[in-house]
Design a protein around this ligand. Structure first.
Ligand SMILES: Nc1ncnc2c1ncn2[C@@H]1O[C@H](COP(=O)(O)OP(=O)(O)OP(=O)(O)O)[C@@H](O)[C@H]1O
Length: 279
């Protein structure tokens, strides 16, 4: 399923003030493509994803899924959030079945699909547990299984691994690559981690700090599965890091003062800062 954003603008109004978050966003995600979205904090990544999900309305422009305009949430899009958002009073399997129940999927089919995706996420032995009995990584795997069960064509993921430790994160990055490989779903994935984006994406979109600037795009044409530390991965990470640093610096300048400079003012870049021989 292809996704097209045409001239998308988003403004929020609060206390009689208007805040322009997105201006004339043009974005195409092809059928089966894995796109990661990077950008400095507050640049509008979640807003963009929420618009695609149908949780937020555009102020101007439109979002098309296979040519059909998106105005509200729908079964063609499943979302995985930063926090797992599971129901603590339901068992794992009931959490996974919940979305399908809302959609009116029959009981037997619900169970069949839930077991299939719990198996895919290596959670079969935990299907009868309650949420508090699971680790953070397991909870997020349940959330992914719940999203996959909906059999949507597009999977929208908003920093799904940001609250996990690095080992669990690496495991889930592998799982997501495997799922994408097996299901060929179109995935839009927001992250703050350049490494994560380079490991996962076919294409990375770097959102600018200012709505006056254009988005930048990086094609990641590396063989999979990709590994952190691989020379080509490291090269792409440093290339994108340079661009992201510029955007982060712009945000810092606007939040601190115009004279602020990453190289000059950051303790790690300043030769005059004696941090001791232990560092
Ligand atoms: N409902 C809302 N009403 C008013 N302003 C909002 C609303 N939602 C988001 N914003 C503002 O829009 C801007 C973009 O927010 P958004 O969460 O999309 O950014 P982000 O790039 O995802 O940030 P982060 O990386 O920190 O999660 C922020 O300045 C935020 O305060």
């Amino acid at each position: 399923m292809s996704l097209i954003m045409e001239g998308v603008c988003k403004k929020y109004r609060s206390a009689n003030k208007e805040f322009e978050i997105l201006r004339n966003v043009e974005l195409t995600v092809n059928d089966g493509e894995f796109v990661c979205i990077l950008g400095p904090s507050g640049c509008g990544k979640s807003t963009l994803l929420n618009i695609i999900a149908g949780f937020e309305k555009v102020t101007d422009g439109k979002v098309l899924l296979d040519g059909k305009e998106v105005n509200s949430p729908g079964p063609d899009r499943a979302v995985v959030f930063q926090e797992h958002a599971l129901f603590p009073w339901l068992k794992v399997i009931d959490n996974v079945e919940f979305g399908m129940k809302i959609e009116g999927v029959s009981k037997s089919e619900r169970r069949e699909r839930a077991l299939k995706y719990l198996d895919m996420m290596h959670l079969t032995n935990f299907k009868d547990c309650f949420v508090h009995e699971l680790s953070g990584g397991m909870k997020q795997r349940v959330a992914i299984a719940r999203a996959l069960c909906l059999d949507s064509n597009i999977l929208l993921m908003d920093e799904p691994f940001c609250s996990l430790d690095s080992q669990t994160r690496e495991l889930l990055q592998l799982e997501v690559q495997r799922i994408w490989w097996n299901t060929k779903k179109t995935i839009v994935f927001i992250t703050h981690s350049i490494e994560e984006a380079v490991l996962l994406a076919d294409r990375i979109i770097l959102m600018p700090s200012s709505i006056d600037s254009q988005m930048k795009e990086f094609k990641i044409q590396l063989a999979r599965p990709r590994q952190i530390g691989n020379v080509d991965v490291t090269y792409m990470v440093s290339k994108i890091m340079k661009e992201l640093k510029k955007e982060v610096e712009k945000v810092a300048k606007s939040e601190y003062d115009e004279g602020w400079n990453l190289e000059k003012d950051s303790i790690l870049y300043n030769d005059n800062n004696d941090m001791g021989i232990g560092l």
